[in-house]
Design a protein around this ligand. Structure first.
Ligand code: GUN
Length: 295
């Protein structure tokens, strides 16, 4: 039987309904959450992601501003802008879209963001809080994966979750979220990476398999067991001459083959992507609520 296809789009819609309610309560106090988004250069994927983030902010009622710097902007100029945004009370969240040009030290830039406004949850202070089990906010894509599992009826509680990929943005924080001693988490987690010999040996043991290694269609049908739940975090552009753009998006799994074998799977696009955006908005509202209650 073909797998259930988990729609991130649909689940994001539920999240937006909940956010509108929280926004209404803030509005009663005259407060509108604000998100500042900074980009350096014109990386096509970054341009596309930021447009989606902007559009979703507009739809839900969050004030957003996109600030674009030219590719050759000095690091000091970017750091100055972050200082300005840190002290601007209109903005409760700040993100700097990655990747940055090579002459800019991304770590320095991330560390310049006020941790209270760090809605990506990339700042070491916030990563540290997450790893000691006292999170302020959760990073957007990993949080989106977790919410996708919970809201589609596949709680990771007590399950063996196998994560492929150990990036700071996805694999590592996903591990920290899913091992939390907390209802809805409490998973047993294996993290595989480029140093893992015989990847399939591990992936075949997964109740829940999370593909986040950034390798197009790398997880094939022989690497999963029947009945597994598969979350595909990959977003890869592959050449496709039949498309006007010249490319199409594929995930890190061989979706067409897996859909015939597994219990449930997220598509690319329309799976984790919309949930990443939804959780960014969630974090902006949460950061706003935390900041206004401190005043
Ligand atoms: N580049 C790819 N994903 C992300 C993300 O979630 N946040 C930022 N700031 N940059 C990214």
């Amino acid at each position: 039987m073909a797998a259930k296809i988990i729609s991130g789009q649909e689940i994001a819609g539920q999240v937006y309904a909940e956010l509108r309610e929280r926004l209404r309560r803030l509005q009663e106090r005259g407060i509108v959450p604000g998100l500042a988004m900074v980009r350096v250069g014109q990386d096509p994927a970054s341009v596309s992601y930021m447009k989606q983030k902007e559009k979703s902010c507009q739809e839900v009622g969050i004030r957003s501003e996109t600030i674009v710097f030219p590719e050759d902007t000095p690091e000091t100029r970017l750091l100055e802008e972050i200082q300005r945004l840190n002290t601007d009370p209109k903005f409760h969240g700040i993100i700097v879209q990655l990747p940055l040009p090579r002459h800019i030290d991304a770590r320095k830039v991330i560390e310049a963001i006020d941790p209270k406004k760090d809605v990506d949850c990339f700042h070491p202070a916030n990563v540290g809080k997450l790893f000691i089990g006292e999170p302020y906010l959760l990073p957007c894509t990993p949080h989106g994966v977790w919410q996708t599992l919970l809201r589609s009826g596949y709680s990771p509680e007590g399950k063996h979750v196998v994560i492929c990929g150990r990036s700071n943005i996805n694999g590592k924080p996903l591990f920290a979220i899913l091992i939390q001693k907390k209802a809805g988490a409490n998973a047993t987690v294996t993290v595989c990476h480029t140093g893992t010999p015989n990847l399939a040996y591990f992936t075949r043991q997964a109740d829940i398999l999370i593909a986040a290694m950034g390798a197009p269609r790398a997880i094939t049908a022989d690497m999963v067991r029947e009945g597994a739940v598969v979350i595909d975090v990959g977003v890869n552009r592959v050449p496709d001459p039949t498309k006007k753009s010249g490319f199409r998006l594929v995930g890190d799994t061989d979706f067409e083959a897996l859909v015939e074998k597994v219990e449930a799977i997220t598509p690319v696009p329309g799976g984790v992507g919309p949930m990443t955006v939804a959780m960014l908005l969630w974090n902006t509202v949460t950061a706003c609520e935390a900041q206004v209650s401190l005043r």
